[in-house]
Design a protein around this ligand. Structure first.
Ligand code: UP5
Ligand code: MG
Length: 219
């Protein structure tokens, strides 16, 4: 009798757990900060230590640019070189697909670091339209870094990165776009009490210590 009950429960529990996790909404942390603030570097460190999946909007766009047959390759290329923000329809579809693919492969992977997005009003509107009710934005992790430090880091990286926007001309434009379009988005989230700011001009380890304190607190 008891044995049958145990067998019955152990058969049901996995399917129940699976159902619960399938119904789990993606939990999202937006990671923002200027070009070269260290978003990617810190996201890699977070992934090593916490159960997050890192999705860089910039990386997804660069992949799409390189994809054979992409109808957006040229448009993405121009926008990146000019430090302009790609129309949100393109970016949001890439992000949504990456999130869905991740969760389909492994339903326990529902926590995401979305790096470098939303960068402007258009991005935010696109996110709200497409992801409304489909994901929870927990908070914004903001890497606050002096622009001169940011430029210097990207120029240094530019010696070997092969990135078409790691040059002084593109960097001036990227910084302008960041100040004009992205800072207001961060301010908007600040008003909602959703921004966790990190001083990103220090060493990678020092920055990560601050990140860790935030993530440990946020759970
Ligand atoms: N480095 C990192 N941390 C350091 C530290 N603490 N001390 C010393 N050095 C440090 O780091 C940059 C460099 O600095 C590296 O060499 C690193 O070793 C060193 P990284 O971690 O790569 O910084 P990150 O903030 O990720 O810089 P990135 O250049 O990736 O930032 P951007 O926001 O400019 O680039 P992104 O790839 O997100 O976007 C590129 C372009 O894509 C945008 O300009 C835009 O045209 C387009 N885009 C959109 O249109 N829409 C989007 O939603 C996203 C992107
Ligand atoms: Mg990056």
């Amino acid at each position: 009798m008891f044995g049958r009950w145990v067998a019955d429960v152990s058969r049901k529990v996995p399917s129940l757990l699976k159902r619960v996790s399938l119904e789990m909404k993606p939990q999202v942390v937006f990671v923002l900060g200027g070009p070269g603030a260290g978003k990617g570097t810190q996201c890699s460190r977070i992934v090593e230590n916490y159960s997050y999946t890192h999705l860089s909007a910039g990386d997804l766009l660069r992949e799409e640019r390189a994809r054979e047959g992409s109808e957006f390759g040229q448009l993405i290329d121009n926008h990146i070189k000019e430090g302009q923000i790609v129309p949100v329809q393109i970016t949001i579809n890439l992000l949504k697909k990456a999130m869905e693919d991740t969760m389909q492969k492994d339903e326990t992977k529902f926590r995401f670091l979305i790096d470098g997005f939303p960068r402007n009003e258009d991005n935010l509107q696109g996110w709200n339209t497409v992801m409304d009710g489909k994901a929870d934005v927990k908070f914004v992790l903001f890497f606050d870094c002096d622009n001169k430090v940011c430029i210097q880091r990207c120029l240094e990286r530019g010696k070997s990165s092969g990135r078409t926007d790691d040059n002084r001309e593109s960097l001036e434009k990227r910084i302008q776009t960041y100040l004009q379009s992205t800072r207001p988005i961060i301010q908007l989230y600040e008003k909602l009490g959703k921004v966790r700011t990190v001083d990103a001009s220090r060493s990678v380890d020092e920055v990560f210590a601050e990140v860790k304190a935030i993530l440990d607190k946020e759970g």
